[in-house]
Design a protein around this ligand. Structure first.
Ligand SMILES: NC(=O)c1ccc[n+]([C@@H]2O[C@H](COP(=O)([O-])OP(=O)(O)OC[C@H]3O[C@@H](n4cnc5c(N)ncnc54)[C@H](OP(=O)(O)O)[C@@H]3O)[C@@H](O)[C@H]2O)c1
Length: 307
């Protein structure tokens, strides 16, 4: 198939281009002008900024893809400028997605697979939720509410993108090379510096995913005829009280100290406190049964903190 990967220089996008080519597909990498030298080896490279509608229209029409994969975010800026990272990512999820869909329709593409997140669920009565659980669009933190609204808008656009068949892949918290949880990433640095304590009973649940399994699930979604929303996560969502001490141990960092839950928002901010004390895990049953995807790794215990 002819496939266009938007976000082809990214943590998932870069290895995805190679994985799709290894499956015999003809792959175009969509990159920004300033990132050209970081483009992966692809059959074709087309250049556009996703927020420039005309440039996207002409890049996608040149690639004539049957399938488009949207892996664009500005989260790489998180360490330097979190406000800009979230604001730009929200624009990529809304305007960028709309531009890509318009261009995909004009170029006659038939399928769109887009990146979303598996950790945006609203409070629920069960610890692990499925894809039908509501998103936390009314979170009390304005920043997180804005992020979740942009995620919800991306998902709405993709699912309503007829005649394109739309697929939303809600990846779990990524670990592995290039991610925040890599040994060189921001989360590892915080743990090593003793700056990531465990608030209260650490009951917030995380669903992890190694980058290579994100790539594998994306290949499965490209090649499948299934449509809809899929959690792409490991089988064993884990509370912070389990994964955080394990992560610190693998990193050979200090054991995370426990702090009273009520102090956490002031020390860690609303979002991190929520993730560590109240977040829900995301079940992967639908991706396993409908996409036929099976993770390569059995669990986040395989590799978290090791690379
Ligand atoms: N994905 C998530 O939901 C999430 C959540 C929390 C944390 N993180 C962390 O964030 C890091 C990045 O993960 P990621 O895969 O989302 O992002 P990424 O690896 O930074 O990839 C994003 C891709 O989007 C492209 N892009 C950005 N702005 C663009 C624009 N205006 N037009 C066209 N393309 C554009 C980037 O290209 P350029 O090379 O040109 O910039 C890059 O190819 C990881 O450390 C991950 O752990 C991710």
């Amino acid at each position: 198939m002819r496939i266009l990967v938007a976000g082809a220089t990214g943590v998932i996008g870069h290895p995805l281009v190679g994985a799709l080519r290894a499956r015999g597909h003809e792959v175009s990498a969509l990159v920004r002008q300033e990132s050209r030298e970081r483009a992966p080896e692809a059959d074709h490279v087309v250049v556009a900024d996703a927020l420039d509608r005309e440039a996207v229209l002409s890049a996608v029409s040149a690639a004539r893809p049957e399938v488009i994969v949207h892996q664009m975010s500005a989260l790489r800026l998180l360490g330097d400028d979190p406000v800009a990272a979230f604001a730009l990512t929200a624009r990529l999820r809304t305007e960028g997605t709309a531009n890509l869909i318009e261009a995909a329709r004009a170029a006659g593409a038939r399928r769109l697979v887009a990146q979303s997140i598996a950790f945006a669920a609203a409070p629920a009565s069960v610890p692990v939720v499925d894809e039908d659980a509501p998103l936390y669009v009314d979170a009390p933190d304005p920043g997180w509410a804005a992020t979740v609204r942009a995620v919800a808008e991306l998902e709405r656009l993709v699912l309503d993108s007829g005649p394109l068949a739309g697929v939303v892949l809600r990846y779990g918290t990524l670990y592995g090379p290039g991610t925040m949880y890599a040994r060189t990433g921001g989360a590892a640095q915080a743990v090593l510096a003793g700056q990531l304590p465990l608030p209260g009973d650490g009951a917030g649940i995380m669903s992890f995913l190694h980058v290579e399994d994100a790539v594998g699930a994306t290949v499965a979604a490209v090649e499948s005829d299934a449509i809809g929303v899929f959690h792409v996560t490991y089988d064993d969502p884990a509370p912070a009280a389990q994964w955080l001490p394990h992560y610190a141990q693998v990193l050979a960092g200090p054991s995370p100290r426990t702090i009273p839950a009520e102090l956490a928002p002031r020390m860690l901010g609303w979002y991190l406190t929520h993730q560590l004390t109240a977040a829900h895990g995301a079940s992967n049953d639908r991706a396993r049964t409908t996409l036929g995807w099976k993770p390569l790794r059995p669990s986040w215990r395989d590799g978290l903190g090791q690379e």
